[in-house]
Design a binder for this molecule. Sequence first.
Ligand code: G6P
Length: 594
Amino acid sequence: MCGIVGYSGKGDAYLSVYKGLCRLEYRGYDSAGIAYPEKGDFVIIKDKGRVSSVLDRDFKCGSGTVIGHTRWATHGTPSAENAHPHRVGSVCIVHNGIIENYASLREMLTEKGYTFLSQTDTEVACALISMYYDLLHDPIKALAVAARLFTGSFALCIIFKEYPERIYALRKESPLLIVPSDGFTVICSDLTVPDFDFDSYYIPESGEIAVLDNGKTEFYDFSGKNIEKMAVSGSFKGDVHVSAGYGSYMEKEIYQQPQVLYKLFSESEEKYEKIKKLFYNVNAVHMIACGTAYHAALTASGFFERVSGIPAYCHLASEFRYGEFIPDDNGMNIVISQSGETADTIAAMRYLQKNGRKVIGVVNVPSSTVDREADLTLLTEAGPEFAVASTKAFTAQVALLMRVAFFISRDSKKPGQYLSTLVKTVKDAVFNALENSEYIYNVASVMSRNSDSFYIGRRTDYALACEGSLKLKEITYIHSEALAAGELKHGTLSLINDGTPVIAIITEETVKDKTASNLEEVMARGGEVFCIAREKDMPDCVKPGNRVILPDIPFPTTVFTASAVLQLIALKSAVLLGRDVDKPRNLAKSVTVE
Ligand code: G6P
C-alpha cells in the first residue's frame, strides 16, 4: 500500500506535498516522511505516526523539489528507521509496492559492503540504484538497470543529489500518475492529491521511467530509451473535505448514500448498452472481488440470479487467482473494486484475460488500473470514498449489479417492477432508516460493551450480516462473526453466553420465520438478541428496545436500508469506544499488495 507524492517546480513544494500526503493517508498511516535536496545533500524528516504529527504544516523548506510518503508497513514495524524516504549515497527514494526479491538483493549488496539501517525492501532498492548510479553516473541508465533487476510491484520517486531540480520515477504495476501544471508538476498515487484544477495528466505505464524537471516531463522505457507519451484528458472533481455537521468521512459517506443510490437507479440505460454484446449467450456470471466489494457481490448475487435468470457465483479474488478454475467461454466475469487498485483483484482479472476471457470491471475510481485494463468498465460513480471502511461504494456496487441484472434479464416483466419501486423509494427509505438513531444507538451501546458479537441472516441477509460484521470489526476492533443463520447450531452456538449480542437481519420476507427460530435458540442460551427488520417481519421474541425497525418498503429496497443501519451501528459503536473511525489500526483503504 502506501501513498507517494512528489512536487517539482515553482511554488510551495513542501506545503503541496504535505497536503497531498494528508489526502493519501487512507492508503496507510503508520509513518510519514518527506525529503528534499539542500546544499548538495538531502534533508529528510520522517518518523512513525500520522502526517500531522510527523510533519509541521507551516514548515518552509525553500526547495522546489520535495518527495513524500505515507506508509502502511509491509517489511518491518512502523518506526523512524523503516519510515520513508530512504537514502543511500547520492540517492533518496519513496516507494509504494513490494520488491519481492529484496532478500537476495540485500545479501548481494551486503557482500559488496552496503549496510542497512532498516528492515525495508525500499532501502535495498535505494542501495541498488545507488550502486548503479555510482558505476554509470547517469540516473536514467542506473534506474533502467536496477528496474530490470527488481521483481514485484513498485512505484518509486527518486531524487539524486546531483540533480536537485528533478524527480525521477519508476513504475511497475503500483499506481502512479503525473499531473502537469503551470511551471510545476505533481507526481502521486492518485488524483485526489493535486489541490489545483487540471484537465489532463500522464499515466506512466508498467515498465516506464519518468523525469519531472521544472514543469516538463520526459519518459523512458526500462531499456533507457526515450519514449513519446500523450497526456490523457481528465480531472478530479471530488469533495475532499469532511463537511460541517459530520464527525468523520465515514459518517458523511454513509449519509451520502440516499443520493448515490437514487442516481444509480434513476440514470438512463445508456451506460449499460455497452454490455449488451458481452452478455449474449451467457450461461453463468462470476463475480470476483475482495473485502467489502466481495460482500457486495454476495449481497447482489441472489437477486441477480432471480432477476436475470442467470446463475451468479462469487469468488474471493485472493483465492481465485491461485486456483485452476477458468470459467468457460459462455461465462461472464465481473471484477468489483472500489479503488480499482486491489492487487488480488487485478491479478484475478489479468489471469482471466490471459486465458482469453472477457472481464467487466465495476469500479468507483476512474482511471484506476481495473478501469484501464478491464475489457469494459461500469463506473459506480459514488464519488470519492476516504474512510477506510467502505460504505457508499458498497451500496453503489450492489445497486449497479442489480441494474446489470435488470438490463440483461430474460424475463422482461421483472426489471420494470423492481426498478420503479427502487427509484421511487430508495432515497427517502435509506434516509429514514438512518434517522432511526435512538434504536441504533441502543444496539451500538451494547455492542461497544462486549468483546464478541455475532451477525446472522439467511440468503441476502447472510451477505448483509457478513458486511455488517466486517464493518464492526474494522472500526471498533471488537471480535465479530457472521453466520448463515441456519449454521449457528452447527458449532458457533457454543460461544453464546449470557448477554452475548447477536444481531439478526431480515430483509427477505420468505425466510423471516426461519431466522426467528434461530433467534429463539440464541435466547434460550442467554444471548442478547437484536433484529433489523420491517415491523411486519420483526420476530416477536425480540425485546422492543432491541428492534431496529426499517421503513415499510418492499425488498430489495430493504437491502439498502438494512445496510445503512448496519454501517451506522458500527460507526456509533466505534465512536463510543473512542476509535479513530476513518483510520482504523493496521488497515488501509487500498490494498495494493498481495
Ligand atoms: C481494503 C479496504 C476495504 C475494501 C477492500 C477491497 O481491505 O479496507 O474497505 O473493501 O480493500 O478494496 P477495493 O478497492 O478492491 O474495493
